[in-house]
Ligand binder design. Structure first.
Ligand code: NAD
Length: 452
């Protein structure tokens, strides 16, 4: 049995048995058995079943949001938004089964068409920071394309995935199509990655584990998509609407207590605007409401665990000076105040490593050329922003930064309908939007001889 802990109180929320290799193999076998019937279900019927999952999620939205808020320590208002997104993801991919179109290709002597075929059993391995949302980004397109699924949620946050498993069955999706296995990454995760009956692994997590998964998956030529870490740049030019940029910058790092792969944790500010920017930033950071995740007005909760807090604290103890420090509750709970380091060099450890906590680095730059060079001087490439009133420059910089998701005069990264994923060591493949479906299907070509 393993205890699932509530980070805001350090109380035990649940005790769960941990699966081993045998249980993992059994779940893969169930998914394999369910695959032939699920792939044959008429596209319209599969669409209807996905709509029904979306409806079930909506009906249970408040319970799911509260469970997620308690288990992750995230503000309830954020958790509500994420659950709404989960329902939207299933609604969106309910439109996919009837739109998985193929091509007809002119050839000599016959007809030629392409089909998008499901892969078979797909293994999902997910992290603890957006537990339910990230499951839906994978499960929606996987089921829509006719695959069956085995999911291993993160050890620290398995509770909403287990609820979703029940809702999927209640929605009418046959038993065996979606299977949740709770256990350790090193045991359940590795077994899924090495198992010959798993056709693909869709992973979200750290770059370190992603690297290991890619290497092991190569042994069975498994399809792999990886959504990994980030160290994204928020580039702010002196001609930007500095008030708006400074008001938005804190939550682009401190949202989800900084445990966000899209965190724009390197705030690059044009040197001539640094003082003005920092005083507006200070006001915004000090106004952040850190506290009880279940309070409607809370904007930032605790970190996920004591270990995470220890790791985050090492960055605030490093050489870069602490310029701004917000507040955090004392006593029980894994609290850490929103912290801004300034000035930071892009070579400092705090600017190079993914901190995954509420620590932002402000890095001054001289001109556009230096801003782009600094933004790209990282092994990662997940998200990023540029703030300027010069439209041509906004587009130049957005194109020049090597990253999967860029925003202009905004820090928004994720939408149900648009592709999300990383360049460089932030991963491979795309989630959400129509693009995700390509990663859950194989392209088949069929030639039909009509002459001779
Ligand atoms: P993690 O890599 O430690 O764990 C992620 C998942 O992998 C967990 O379910 C874990 O049990 C499993 N796992 C661990 N070792 C494994 C192994 N050897 N084989 C198979 N599975 C294994 O990451 P985490 O600490 O849960 O999450 C934080 C990380 O996730 C951060 O680096 C963050 O940037 C990243 N993340 C990325 C995205 C994205 O979309 N790019 C989104 C959220 C989080």
């Amino acid at each position: 049995m393993v205890s699932v802990v509530e980070p805001a109180t350090e109380e035990v929320l649940a005790e769960l048995p941990q699966a081993g290799v045998e249980e993992t193999d059994a779940a893969i076998a169930r998914a394999r058995e369910a695959f032939p019937a699920w792939r044959r279900i008429a596209a319209g019927e599969r669409a209807e079943l996905l709509r029904s999952v979306a409806a079930r999620v909506r009906e249970s939205a408040e319970d799911l949001a509260r469970l997620e808020a308690r288990n992750v320590g995230k503000p309830i208002s954020d958790a509500r938004g994420e659950v709404e997104m989960v329902a939207d993801v299933f609604s969106y991919y309910a439109g996919a089964p009837e739109r998985l179109l193929g091509d007809t290709i002119p050839v000599d002597g016959g007809l030629d068409f392409t089909f998008r075929e499901p892969l078979g059993v797909v293994g999902l391995i997910t992290p603890w920071n957006f537990p339910l949302a990230i499951v839906s980004w994978k499960l929606g397109p996987a089921l829509a394309a006719g695959n069956t699924v085995v999911l291993k949620p993160a050890e620290l946050t398995p509770l909403t995935a287990l609820e979703l498993e029940k809702l999927v069955v209640e929605a009418g999706i046959p038993e065996g199509v979606f299977n949740v296995v709770v256990g350790q990454g090193r045991v359940v995760g590795e077994r899924m990655v090495e198992h010959p009956d798993v056709a693909k692994v869709a992973f979200t997590g750290s770059t370190e584990v992603g690297r290991r998964i890619a290497a092991r998956a190569a042994e069975t030529i498994k399809r792999v998509t990886l959504e990994l870490g980030g160290k994204s740049a928020n580039v702010i030019f002196a001609d930007a609407d500095l008030e708006r940029a400074a008001a938005a910058a804190p939550m682009a790092v401190f949202g989800n207590a900084g445990q966000d792969c899209c965190a724009r944790s390197r705030i690059l500010v044009e040197r001539s605007a640094l003082d003005r920017f920092m005083s507006a930033l200070e006001e915004a950071v000090e106004a952040i409401r850190v506290g009880d995740p279940l309070d409607d007005s809370t904007e930032m909760g605790p970190l996920i665990s004591a270990g995470q807090r220890e790791s985050v604290a090492t960055y605030a103890d490093d050489d870069a000076p602490i310029a701004i420090r917000g507040s955090a509750p004392e006593g029980k709970g894994y609290w850490f105040p929103p912290t801004v380091l300034c000035p930071v060099s892009n070579d400092d450890r705090a600017a190079r490593e993914e901190i995954f906590g509420p620590v932002a680095c402000v890095i001054p730059f001289r001109d556009e050329e230096e801003a782009v060079r600094l933004a790209n001087d990282t092994i990662y490439g997940l998200s990023g922003s540029v703030w300027t009133r010069d439209g041509a420059r906004a587009l130049r910089v957005a194109r020049a930064i090597d990253t999967g998701v860029m925003s202009i005069n905004s820090n928004n990264s994720v939408r149900v309908t648009t592709p999300f994923g990383g360049f460089k060591q932030s991963g491979t493949g795309r989630e959400l939007g129509p693009h995700a479906l390509e990663h859950y299907t194989e392209l088949k070509n069929v030639y039909y001889a009509t002459e001779g």
